[in-house]
Design a protein around this ligand. Structure first.
Ligand SMILES: C[S@@+](CC[C@H](N)C(=O)[O-])C[C@H]1O[C@@H](n2cnc3c(N)ncnc32)[C@H](O)[C@@H]1O
Length: 297
């Protein structure tokens, strides 16, 4: 093991030990703590090793990955290019305001379905007064968490199912759910009574330049996120809905990363994908809806 990975693992172990109160044993629901061998353990001796990269795998059953490692690597490059920066700025602003409302008390933030981790990582860099904050990123894909843990040792990274979150009741103040599936009963359970949830969903023009080429047979502006918003409203009180809409300049050399980062292009013929290059797309639209909610009162 290299010195760098020992340091990373130690740093992650310290962070997890400091925040052990948030964890719940995925097997027996008991309280957890870091043992002398660097594993997260409960009193019934269910034990979960910290990987060399510094993340925990808290899945109790196997799962077949839906997204490939290649997709997450491409998504990472796209995020690093600044494609989602306006979204990160907005999310950081909302969290900063929320923290002020809570008189700068200690808060914990969960990104459920965090993918390769760039969003919560970007928020950590942008949110002011980073003391008194715990950041946790969870995704069911080990490949995505591997990339996430490579890039930030100040965030607790867990491979886990967001439908069976390995956290105690009311252990988070902010739950983020960005372009990922939701499980509102779990989100309600882990959120404290004053907590907020921010769900980010695509708007009708999201990636429209790519979709127009891929789906020649349908009107791409037909998509509406009303159903998702209505379902959210049934489960939580909606405080605010915001839209973010902008165009991001892309060069032809960078286009392959956009094609690889989205499931939209899966199972599409090479011919259709070649069309994307030939159309000389110079910009791609980001159209997102942020739904901010609280527990039902
Ligand atoms: C479209 S990606 C979005 C990832 C990231 N939030 C982003 O915006 O780049 C959807 C993510 O949800 C994750 N996911 C799907 N089902 C999940 C589950 N049951 N528990 C945790 N993560 C899940 C996938 O592995 C994937 O990383």
């Amino acid at each position: 093991m290299s010195i760098k990975s020992i340091k990373k693992k130690d740093r992650a172990g310290e962070l997890i030990q400091k925040n052990k109160r948030i964890f719940k044993c995925p097997v027996c629901c008991g309280k957890m703590f870091m043992n002398d061998f660097g594993s997260l353990t409960c009193n019934s001796k269910h034990s979960f090793d910290l990987s060399r990269k510094g993340y925990l795998n808290l899945l109790t059953a196997g799962n077949t990955p839906v997204y490939s490692k290649e997709l997450f690597e491409a998504r990472h490059l796209v995020c690093e290019s600044g494609f989602y920066d306006p979204l990160i700025v907005e999310l950081s602003k909302i969290i900063n305001e929320y923290k002020k409302l809570r008189n700068n008390e200690e808060i914990s933030i969960l990104d459920a379905g965090c993918g390769e981790g760039s969003h919560i990582n970007g928020i950590l860099k942008k949110v002011t007064e980073n003391q008194n904050k715990t950041y946790v990123g969870v995704d069911i894909s080990k490949d995505s968490i591997n990339i996430a843990a490579r890039n930030n040792a100040d965030i607790i990274w867990c491979v886990a199912d967001l439908a069976r979150l390995p956290f105690q009741n009311k252990s988070f103040d902010v739950a983020l759910n960005i372009l990922s599936p939701a499980n509102y009963s779990e989100f309600n359970r882990i959120l404290n009574d004053k907590g907020i949830i921010i769900k980010v969903v695509p708007g009708s023009n999201y990636l429209k330049e790519l979709r127009e080429i891929i789906y020649t047979d349908k009107d791409v502006s037909d998509y509406s996120n009303n159903k998702v918003i209505n379902y959210f409203e049934q489960k939580l009180d909606v405080e605010e809905i915001q839209n973010i809409n902008y165009k991001f300049h892309v060069s032809n050399e960078f286009l392959p990363h956009f094609i690889r980062m989205t499931p939209l292009t899966w199972e599409k013929s090479t011919e259709r994908l070649n069309d994307i290059y030939e159309k000389n797309i110079s910009s791609i639209t980001v159209d997102l809806t942020l739904i901010i909610g609280t527990k039902k009162r």
